[in-house]
Design a protein around this ligand. Sequence first.
Ligand code: ZN
Length: 171
Amino acid sequence: MRDTAKFGTSDKRGRERTSSDPYLSEGSMKEPAICRSCHAVYIHKRWQIDPASSATMISRPDIHMTVCPACQKTAENYPEGILTLRGDYFQAHEKEIRNILENEENRVYAKNPLSRIMSMTQKNGQVVIETTDAKLAERLGRTLQKAHSGELQIDWSGDPVICRATWERSV
Ligand SMILES: [Zn+2]
């Protein structure tokens, strides 16, 4: 999980009623650009993560410094996916489960650097994982179910659409 400082809040949900991601501005992004927070690079109309190219890009005179949509969502606490883990089984297998989720996140992140776990918090005996990308929450839930069985419920709703997945296993 990446550690990003949280600052400021704004209500992007109330801004416009569209089904599209309010953080992806179409056509207005100047390139090449680099995210000052995670160093993802925006080039050829897509965000990419590659430490070698970030190091070269950052010294280019025409580079635009910006904050990528994933870092904006994290900073403003705007998750598009929420995976909740419930049941005593988690406590007994916490380390294993965290590893599975982190490995899967890394696999997804390598292909799409805007798809990340924003936060993982434990309260009232359950774990809540927030993701910048809705599909990631579903994917993590399915990966966990494949490896550890349990019950998985997935709900896509809202506008913009948010994926709420709940995985539960008691014994
Ligand atoms: Zn970023």
